[in-house]
Design a protein around this ligand. Sequence first.
Ligand SMILES: [Fe+2]
Ligand SMILES: [Fe+2]
Length: 445
Amino acid sequence: MNREPVAILYEPRINYLNLYRLNLQVYVSAKFIVCRKFDDLVYEIKNNEVDLILMNLAKEEKTDEKLKKINSMIQSKTEKPICFVQAATIVNYSELQVSDADILVKDIVSSVAQKMAITAKHMSELQVGEYYPISLRFVMPGWQVAQAIYRKKKDNSYSVILDKGLLFTQVFINELGSDTDIYCKSIHRLEIINSFTATIKSILDQSNLPIEERFEQTEIAFELITEAVGVIDLPNEIINLSRATIRSMEKIVVQIPSLASLYRSFVKQNSSMRFKHSLLMIYLGQFIIQKQSWNTPHITQQWTYLCFFHDIALDRDEYLDFEYDEDVKNSDFSSVEKNLILNHAQITAKLLADVKDIPVGLDVLIKQHHGSKMGNTLSGVSMSISPICIIFIMLENYVHFFLSKNEAPKTTKEITNFIEDLFIKFPFPNYKRFIPFLRSIPIKY
Ligand SMILES: [Fe+2]
Ligand SMILES: [Fe+2]
């Protein structure tokens, strides 16, 4: 790599913007141009040599008109940037990677690294100097810094402006001025991500957070955790954030008055399938788990953790579409991806086996959440798995049905038929006995 990548970002959601910038900066030392308006985006693309364009048009009008414009601008460039777009369209654009779901940090970082020939070795050997610049524009009020933050003085020396452990306040950020760079010691730059993580955690921990904001922050945390699991195993920061996220999901489930309003929130936030899936499992599960004579607070907690973690290793919505091994094997995914899909239960169970302070026995439940004892197949049905897992499997079937046909509302007749069919699909006594509980789930659209 002979120069730093330049990225143009157009993302109205400030938290996502921060997440993208932090990761791009820390992993590939990218430089940024952030655009607030679509016209600015056009202007910047035209006037810069750029390596990456990231834009979110999910909430915009005339999407295709805009996509067409950006596409032809890229076509006319000699050095073409990678362009990730979040938007709803059925048109194919040769230069754009369009998805209607959130763009994954991991995908962006790895494709930029590939384009610029940046390797992990390169990053670790990168001569970044003793101090590392962070643009103040992506500092959020409430961010507690994990290491001291510095300012560069006129004589090029550095002085501490915020000691380790202190918080950025809105007043302080305003005082510094939005175009300033602040600095941390270069050896601490990866910790920046972790302290950012901690900020989201503390927002989630606020007891009186309005439900809409809670929903939004919870989903951001959920996505961040999914990203982190793939890239860096499960460091303590992520486990702590997971706990806060689970608590926050529990609060959502209690506060949300009905399935219909939960669903409206999903639509409003344009939630990922994985988030919907986990939160629906927690929400609907309560109607069944609470009716079991063997339920205890520990079981209820196991249930929530199971719903949260079971598919956490699957970082793409498309990986969720499978019910049988054969379909995975015949799919177009790479062998690495196929292996991940088939073994995700076992992989996640292993990741969690050594983690302290999570419900005892969770790893076993996760391993068995597709019905096999070892967690290495989607198709196996074992008779000797935990009853919690059996409920889980029944409910997963139900949630898949619920979200099927483009998530169209289901009629009472469709629901009844679906439940009846489960008796045929699972003709085993210890499975069958839980099916009637599905009938009592209150569905109101
Ligand atoms: Fe699942
Ligand atoms: Fe799964």
